[in-house]
Design a binder for this molecule. Structure first.
Ligand code: NAI
Ligand SMILES: O=C(O)/C=C/C=C(\O)C(=O)O
Length: 486
């Protein structure tokens, strides 16, 4: 059986404790590999390696040399595209069509974009007057923040991990990554690519394990990490923030959502249906930006519900190696329990189940997989847990509204504020509504259209800080003002 080891100081190493855990294929429940679980000892070794590497060749490189290496990392991912694709699909069960268009290409792009950005970004300068008339000149320089702890989730493993590692390395930092215990493989594989691309030892380190009382907690409690970047559940974000408060370390948190889609009667119905289908069901609903609450203006409500139902029922469930499938399993049986508990709650709360609501019949070889039906409900009250809590599954509740004000109030009614989608052909209304929505990302007549130069992150309990473009540079560098008296 294949073993997945930590990658520390440029070498793959096992755990001193010898503790291993199973990496399960969620499509069929079989064990894919055995993963070494890091103890404090391995986490400490990884942090020490990262600290030392800041003072080694990496810290002395020019921006040009560093960014040339990051381009080679991106090219290395592309050269081994099929290996990354296979690993990501086995770990997550997601369709190849999805991972080959989004996850793996973004893994490479995340290095190129930030390598190019760091070369071209200017820093500020201010001339100031002084009483003696000679003046002074202030100018800013950016310096790496230091050792960055990266804690990444399982839904878009390579994409979200490199979204943090790409800019962190472009800015000259070193990293210790703790990938999700559910999806360790592509993060481990990236170590080989880093080595071949000429990334010095200790710059990219990986420790495997779980969250609480395991590698995740050991990393966030480690006093020699300078900052943390995390994507995942809001509660986990709170725990990490508390740990980071010791020593006043900075955090960038991209957390949960319960995102609203608002569909006006003047929308282009074909586009709204296509976009809402993707936003509710892509990646089996396991995208933090996904739409779990759909508000539809009353004149088109029945037609919208009927068409979304038809679209959901056309999804083809199947494992990644089935080229006809476009809908995979959830990440694990444990996560399926959580999603099914909301399916049950919806019925208890009086929902009309428009489609789905349970576990599909799958062929015998997939019977132990984490399969669940795409599900649509109507008729729930606004305070039902199904409508207010993040489910992170392939499901949405559709509710009618009458006025624009009502739709905005409903969308803004929860403590989350990650993303929203607005569907209307009225440009004035689109701008007006987008301006009022309390969310970090608003899509108008689209969903998951990503320009990596833009600010990305959540408001309210959906996160702290923004990454993307220059915002990533803000987080991953320390800006220093130098004031020269002339
Ligand atoms: N992208 C997103 O927004 C994601 C949201 N979720 C949400 O979170 C729910 C629970 O899923 P989990 O995998 O348990 O998410 P999680 O937020 O607990 O896990 C994400 C990462 O954090 C690590 N982690 C967990 N506890 C930690 C701790 N105390 N200290 C340091 N690191 C820790 C995990 O090992 C993993 O690498 C899901 O049902 C979903 O609602 C989960 C994954 C991604
Ligand atoms: O950076 C992106 O394009 C995608 C981000 C998606 C998430 O953060 C998520 O699903 O957790």
């Amino acid at each position: 059986m294949k073993e997945i080891k930590h990658y520390i100081n440029g070498a793959y190493v096992g755990s001193a404790s010898g503790r291993l855990f199973d990496n399960i294929n969620p499509a069929n429940g079989r064990v894919l590999s055995k993963v070494h679980e890091a103890g404090r000892e391995e986490v400490d070794a990884a942090v020490r390696a990262a600290r030392a590497a800041l003072k080694g060749p990496w810290g002395k490189m020019s921006v040009e040399e560093r960014t040339a290496i990051l381009h080679r990392v991106a090219d290395g991912i592309t050269a081994r595209f099929d290996e990354f694709l296979e690993a990501e699909c086995l770990d997550t069960g997601k369709p190849r069509s999805l991972a080959s268009h989004i996850d793996i290409p973004r893994g490479a792009a995340n290095f190129k974009v930030f390598a190019d950005l760091i070369k071209n970004v200017a820093a500020e300068a201010f001339e100031m007057a002084t009483p003696d008339g000679a003046g002074a000149l202030n100018y800013a320089v950016r310096r790496p923040k230091g050792v960055i702890g990266v804690i990444s989730p399982w839904n878009l493993p390579l994409l979200l991990m490199t979204w943090k590692v790409g800019p962190a390395l472009a800015c000259g930092n070193t990293v210790v990554v703790k990938p999700s215990e559910e999806t360790p493989t592509t993060t481990a594989l990236l170590g080989e690519v880093m080595q071949q691309a000429g990334v010095p030892d200790g710059v990219y380190n990986v420790v495997h394990g779980f969250g609480g009382n395991s590698a995740g907690a050991f990393l966030t409690e480690h006093p020699d990490v300078d900052a943390y970047t995390f994507t995942g559940e809001t509660g986990t974000g709170e725990t990490i923030m508390k740990a980071a408060a010791n020593g006043v370390r900075q955090v960038s948190l991209e957390l949960g959502g319960k995102n609203a889609g608002i569909v006006f009667a003047d929308c282009d119905m074909d586009k709204a249906i296509e976009g809402t289908l993707r936003s509710a069901f892509a990646n089996c609903g396991q995208v933090c930006l996904g739409t779990e609450r759909v508000y539809v203006q009353r004149p088109i409500f029945d037609e919208f519900v009927a068409r979304l139902k038809a679209g959901a029922e056309q999804l083809v469930l199947g494992p990644p190696d089935d080229a006809t499938s476009n809908f995979g399993p959830l990440i694990s049986l444990k996560h399926r329990e959580k999603v099914l508990s909301y399916y049950q709650k919806a019925v208890e709360d009086g929902a009309t189940v428009i489609t789905g609501g349970g576990v599909p019949d799958m062929p015998a070889e997939l019977a132990h997989g984490a399969w669940v039906q795409p599900t649509i409900w109507t008729d729930l009250k606004d305070d039902s847990a199904v409508v207010t809590e993040e489910i992170f599954g392939p499901c949405c509740h559709i509710r009618p509204f009458d006025s624009e004000e009502e739709a905005v109030a409903l969308a803004n009614s929860l403590p989350y504020g990650l993303a929203s989608a607005v569907w209307t052909e009225n440009v004035t209304r689109a701008h007006r509504v987008a301006g009022q929505l309390e969310a970090g990302i608003i899509w108008v007549n689209s969903w998951f259209l990503r320009d990596l130069r833009t600010a990305f992150g959540g408001s309210k309990q959906s996160g702290i800080g923004r990454e993307g473009g220059v915002h990533s540079l803000e987080f991953y560098t320390e800006m220093k003002n130098i004031c020269v008296k002339l």
